[in-house]
Design a protein around this ligand. Structure first.
Ligand SMILES: Nc1ncnc2c1ncn2[C@@H]1O[C@H](COP(=O)(O)OP(=O)(O)OP(=O)(O)O)[C@@H](O)[C@H]1O
Length: 306
C-alpha cells in the first residue's frame, strides 16, 4: 500500500486554477519532494492531503484512508508542519511540545525516541518562548511537534524557507534519518538545490505537474549542451543570444545566462564567436545541468517559448 496516493486532484479558488489534475504516489519510507515556485499550488495540495481543504475533483488517500470520508483516521496518523504559524509563540519550547503531545493523547516521554536527535539540540532552551527562538530552532521545534504522536506520514510545507544554510543542511540530514524509520515524507520547497536530496520529486508550476522522477534521472535525461555565459551587459547578451540559430533557449540564471544549444559546440568556440561579435569580456563555460535547469527548460516549453 502507498503512503500517499493522489488521483486527478483539481482545485480552483474562483478564477484561480490552484491545482489541475494532479496525480502521484509516495511509498512508505520515501522522501518525496514537491518542488516549485511561490504560488505553484504546493500549500493547497498539502491542505487537501491533511484534510483541511476539499478538492473540487479527484481522490486522495493517505495511509490507505480517503481524505474526505476518513479524515478522522488521517488526522490521527499524520504529522503536518505548515509553512507558517505552526507554533504557539507565547508558549515555551517545552509547553509547545507538551501541547501537541496532549492533543494527540500521548506524552513527550512515550515517543521521545523518535524526536531525541532533533529535540536535544533545542532542549537547552526549553524554557524560552517559541517566539524568541531563531529560525533554525523554531524549525526543529516545529518538526518535533509534528512528530511527537509518531505519525506514519509527515507533511512538511516549505520547512526550510527563511532558514540559514547550516540549519537547512541539518534539517535535511534529520529528514534522511526519519526516512530510515519508515516514515513517508512529503516535503515542499522552492529551493531547487534541495531537490537532489529527495528520493523522488515532482516539479510543479501554476498548479500543474511538469515532471515526476528521481532527481538524478531528471538531470541525466537533460542531454542538450548547456553553457554558463557571463558578461557585464547581461541584458544585451540575452537579446543577442535569443536571435542566434543555435539557441534552443536562454535564460537569466543568477549573475549569468544559461544557454541551451541545439547544436554541439565547444565553450571556446562559442566564447570566440561572441567576443568577435562585440562582447569582449564574455566568459563561456560548459556546465552540467541542475534541477533548476531542468525546471526552467520544462516550464519554458510549457509556456511555448523557443
Ligand atoms: N484562499 C485562497 N483564495 C484565493 N486564492 C488562493 C487561496 N489560497 C491560494 N490561492 C492561490 O492559489 C494559487 C496556489 O497557491 P498555494 O498557496 O497553494 O501555492 P504555493 O505553491 O504553496 O505557494 P506559496 O509558497 O506562495 O504559498 C496561488 O495563485 C494563490 O494565490
Amino acid at each position: 500500500m502507498n503512503a500517499i496516493s493522489i488521483q486527478n486532484i483539481s482545485k480552483n479558488y474562483k478564477d484561480t486554477k490552484a491545482l489541475e489534475d494532479i496525480s502521484f504516489e509516495v511509498q512508505n519510507g520515501q522522501l518525496f519532494g514537491l518542488i516549485g515556485p511561490d504560488g505553484a499550488g504546493k500549500s493547497t495540495l498539502f491542505r487537501i492531503l491533511t484534510t483541511l481543504l476539499l478538492a473540487d475533483k479527484g481522490q486522495a488517500f493517505v495511509d490507505g484512508y480517503e481524505v474526505v470520508k476518513e479524515f478522522r483516521e488521517i488526522r490521527k496518523r499524520v504529522g503536518y508542519m505548515p509553512g507558517r504559524f505552526s507554533l504557539y509563540q507565547d508558549l515555551s519550547v517545552e509547553e509547545n511540545l507538551s501541547f501537541f503531545a496532549t492533543i494527540f493523547g500521548t506524552t513527550i516521554e512515550e515517543n521521545y525516541d523518535l524526536i531525541r536527535d532533533i529535540y536535544v539540540q533545542i532542549e537547552p532552551f526549553k524554557k524560552r518562548l517559541a517566539g524568541n527562538l531563531s529560525g533554525g530552532m523554531k524549525q526543529k521545534l516545529a518538526l518535533s511537534c509534528a512528530l511527537i504522536h509518531k505519525p506514519t506520514v509527515l507533511f512538511l510545507d516549505e520547512p526550510t524557507t527563511g532558514v540559514d544554510a547550516v540549519s537547512r543542511k541539518e534539517f535535511w540530514d534529520m529528514l534522511r534519518s526519519l526516512k530510515e524509520k519508515n516514515i513517508a515524507i512529503l516535503v515542499s520547497t522552492p529551493y531547487m538545490d534541495e531537490a537532489v536530496l529527495c528520493d523522488e520529486i515532482a516539479l510543479i508550476q501554476e498548479g500543474r505537474i511538469l515532471k515526476i522522477d528521481e532527481p538524478q534521472s531528471m538531470i541525466h535525461q537533460f542531454d542538450r549542451p548547456l553553457f554558463a555565459v557571463k558578461t557585464n551587459d547581461t541584458y544585451k547578451l540575452l537579446k543577442h543570444l535569443r536571435l542566434k540559430p543555435f539557441t534552443h533557449s536562454v535564460l537569466p540564471f543568477g549573475e549569468c545566462l544559461h544557454l541551451i544549444s541545439s547544436e554541439r559546440m565547444s565553450a571556446a568556440d562559442l566564447q570566440d564567436q561572441l567576443r568577435s561579435e562585440g562582447f569582449a569580456d564574455v566568459i563561456v563555460s560548459k556546465i552540467k545541468a541542475s534541477i533548476e535547469d531542468v525546471f526552467l527548460e520544462l516550464s519554458h516549453k510549457t509556456e511555448g517559448h523557443v
